[in-house]
Each structure stands twice: as structure tokens, then as C-alpha cells.
Design a protein around this ligand. Structure first.
Ligand SMILES: O=C(O)CCC(=O)C(=O)O
Ligand SMILES: [Fe+2]
Length: 385
């Protein structure tokens, strides 16, 4: 598989070259470091936990609304849909418990992910590919070719469509990775479809009426169901100076919904009322967030909210994000039912090709895809995953 073409910029941290950072944080840590190299040091105003800048201390937890999946599928559905709607409007996030995915499927996914990142660097590096559309991609930071300041994060991205064709490209080591990841991706895809249906119902876009307009919206749901799934396994090694850097810079997710599985180590933070709050790690649950597609489809009613990841000096953290998007060629636009005189259309038509073009165009810290799709522009510094 292709290697990385890199500029041999000399760094003042290391006499060798910038190329060491291209190998990722895990590799950097394996060689033993006591300080964070400059390559990862954020400007003061972008660092986490700055006393006095946030009204909280940057470490406060947020209690996100909990969606009990078993209740959602039962007689209390309408009540749960209201909670879901409020969560998507207010936080852009909720947590799902009682989801029905067996605990051994979850544990195996976390376990095999840990073992992948513990493989020798040479084994992991076989999957270091710069093409954003590669079916499997190991890498570091956000966009390691363009990012000025790197994130304290390595990742393995696995495209999940269509599994039989794509599976031979997935890592063959650890030997159980393919099996665990396939089972996990199938289970999360099903959970996504059920949640997406509920989200569309909460917007009044699918329901039990049989009129023509609903046929059109049922078609929209089918497109979400038939869309693409990308699994991103994130690894955040312990960091000697966590106050200087971030595991992931502030960004919103492209796509409709993201289902995040985090291990017991917290680190995910969301932007809420101008501050950053840590999402609690609830055992055997998923964090679910609204992506850009859904914000556009809902004409801004549901929010694709900025989030970031902080690191810590003690523990390595693993998360598995399952991102669900519309098919490559599908155009997403605000649902006609949600536009009227008092709710004018807010977003331009968007497709995956425009997103890829945008993603490839600039440094992740200066990028904001969703803002670029707004018909009226308001900006806050952010990135789209
Ligand atoms: O690591 C996490 O908890 C969040 C990951 C994330 O935001 C992403 O992969 O888009
Ligand atoms: Fe994200």
C-alpha cells in the first residue's frame, strides 16, 4: 500500500525531521517522550481547560438526555420521541441505553481495537494511505498532510460498504479484527436505522399516514438506510502535557447520525451554551450525535454540534465512531415539509462530492463545512469530520 509523500521540514523539537510525526502519536509515545512536541501544541486560546476563559472549569460533565432504546420500541414511543427531539434541538447529542447489541460484541470491538494499536508500527503502517476514499486507512491527527498543529490521536478508518467486497482490504491482523468489526458494523447499522427512523418521525417526516408527500419522505428514509457507513477507531495515547493539546480539534460530523462507543476513559466534550462539557461514560451505551446532513434536512431545527476530545496523562482511550451518510451521489436539502413562510430555507443543496472537495481543500482548524452550506452565513471556528 502507498506510503506518505512528506515534506522534510526540520523541526526544532527533533533533529531528525517532521516525518516522525507522520508516524502517529502511538509511535511517538513508544519511543518515550516527557514533553509534548511543538507540532501538537495549540495556540493558548485554543487549549483546553484554561482557567478563567470558560465559565465552567472545562471539565464539568453534562447530563445528556438518555434514550432507552427498549422503551423507544415499545408503548412509550411517543414520549421517548419527544425527549429525542428536545435532545437534538438543544444539545445535538443524546445517549442510548438498552440498545440490544450484545455486550460481548461491544467488548470484542474495544478489545480488538486496543490490540490493533498495540501491533508493531510496521504492521499498522501497511494501511497508511493518503487517498480519502480508500476502503481502509490508518493515520494520525485529522488531515496529516494539511494540519498545521497535529491532534493527539491515531485512527483506523474502515469503510463498511459493501462488506463482502471491502473485507479483503481490512487489516488481517489481529486475526479476529475482521470478524469483530463486521459483527459490530452490522449491529450498529441496524441500531442506526432504527434511531434514524425515530429521528425522522420526531420531525414529522415519517409516520403512519399514507399520503403522497409521505411517500416522498419514506423514500428519503430509505436513502438514509441505504447510505454509507464509515467506522473510525480512534486511539488517544496518554499525553505528558494534556493541557497543551487536544485529541481531536473542535469539529462537527458530516452525515446524518454518528454512534460513538467510548471505553471507560472520558474525553469527549461538547459545546453547549458557549462552554465545553465532558460527556459521561455510561457503561454499555452509545453517544449519538446529529451530523451535518441531518441539520440540513431538518432546516436547522436539529443541531450538528461542535465537539472535541481532550486527552489525559494517565490512560490511553479508545473510541469507535460509526458515521452514517447518504449515498455518495445523493443530494441532501431541507425537507419541503419543514419549510414555510416563518421557516425559510436555510441551506444549499449538498452532496458528498462537495464535501470531499471541501475536506481536501484546507487545514482542518480553519474549516467549517456546514457553515459553507448556509444560505445566510454565521461562523464559529470549527472542522467537519
Ligand atoms: O473519541 C470520541 O469520543 C469522539 C470521536 C469523534 O468525534 C469522531 O470520530 O468524529
Ligand atoms: Fe466527531
Amino acid at each position: 500500500m502507498g506510503g506518505l509523500a512528506m515534506a522534510e521540514n526540520k523541526s526544532k523539537d527533533d533533529p531528525s525531521s517532521e516525518s516522525q510525526y507522520q508516524k502517529g502519536v502511538k509511535h511517538l509515545c513508544e519511543n518515550g517522550i516527557a514533553r509534548v512536541p511543538n507540532k501538537y501544541v495549540l495556540p493558548v486560546v485554543e487549549r483546553p481547560n484554561i482557567q478563567g476563559r470558560e465559565t465552567n472549569d472545562g471539565n464539568s460533565q453534562i447530563k445528556l438526555p438518555i434514550i432507552d432504546f427498549a422503551q423507544l420500541q415499545g408503548p412509550e414511543r411517543s414520549q421517548v420521541l419527544k425527549t429525542m427531539a428536545k435532545a437534538c434541538e438543544e444539545y445535538g447529542f443524546f445517549q442510548v441505553t438498552n440498545h440490544g447489541i450484545p455486550i460481548d460484541v461491544i467488548n470484542s470491538m474495544i478489545d480488538v481495537s486496543n490490540r490493533f494499536f498495540e501491533l508493531p508500527y510496521e504492521e499498522r503502517a501497511k494501511y497508511m494511505i493518503t487517498d480519502l476514499r480508500a476502503p481502509v486507512r490508518y493515520g494520525t491527527s485529522f488531515n496529516q498532510i494539511k494540519d498545521g498543529v497535529f491532534c493527539w490521536r491515531d485512527f483506523l478508518k474502515l469503510v463498511c460498504n459493501s462488506l463482502p467486497d471491502i473485507l479483503p482490504f481490512w487489516p488481517s491482523s489481529p486475526v479476529d479484527l475482521r470478524q469483530s468489526a463486521v459483527t459490530y458494523s452490522e449491529k450498529t447499522k441496524f441500531l442506526f436505522a432504527m434511531l434514524m427512523k425515530a429521528v425522522l418521525e420526531s420531525l414529522g417526516l415519517v409516520g403512519d399516514t399514507e399520503d403522497d408527500e409521505n411517500e416522498e419522505e419514506e423514500e428519503a428514509f430509505k436513502q438514509f438506510q441505504d447510505g454509507s457507513q464509515l467506522m473510525i477507531i480512534n486511539c488517544y495515547p496518554p499525553c505528558p502535557e494534556p493541557e497543551l493539546t487536544l485529541g481531536m480539534h473542535p469539529h462537527s460530523d458530516y452525515g446524518s447520525l454518528t454512534l460513538v462507543l467510548q471505553d471507560e476513559v472520558e474525553g469527549l466534550q461538547i459545546r453547549y451554551q458557549g462552554d465545553w462539557f465532558t460527556v459521561r461514560s455510561i457503561p454499555n451505551s452509545f453517544v449519538v450525535n446529529v451530523g451535518d446532513h441531518l441539520e440540513i434536512l431538518s432546516n436547522g431545527r436539529y443541531k450538528s454540534v461542535l465537539h472535541r476530545v481532550v486527552v489525559n496523562s494517565m490512560k490511553s482511550r479508545i473510541s469507535v465512531a460509526s458515521l452514517h451518510s447518504l449515498p455518495f451521489e445523493t443530494v441532501v436539502r431541507p425537507a419541503s415539509r419543514l419549510i414555510n413562510e416563518s421557516n425559510p430555507r436555510l441551506y444549499k443543496d449538498t452532496d458528498f462530492a462537495s464535501f470531499i472537495a471541501y475536506l481536501s481543500s484546507c487545514d482542518s482548524k480553519r474549516k467549517n463545512f456546514l457553515e459553507s452550506r448556509k444560505l445566510t452565513c454565521v461562523t464559529e471556528n470549527s472542522t467537519t469530520n
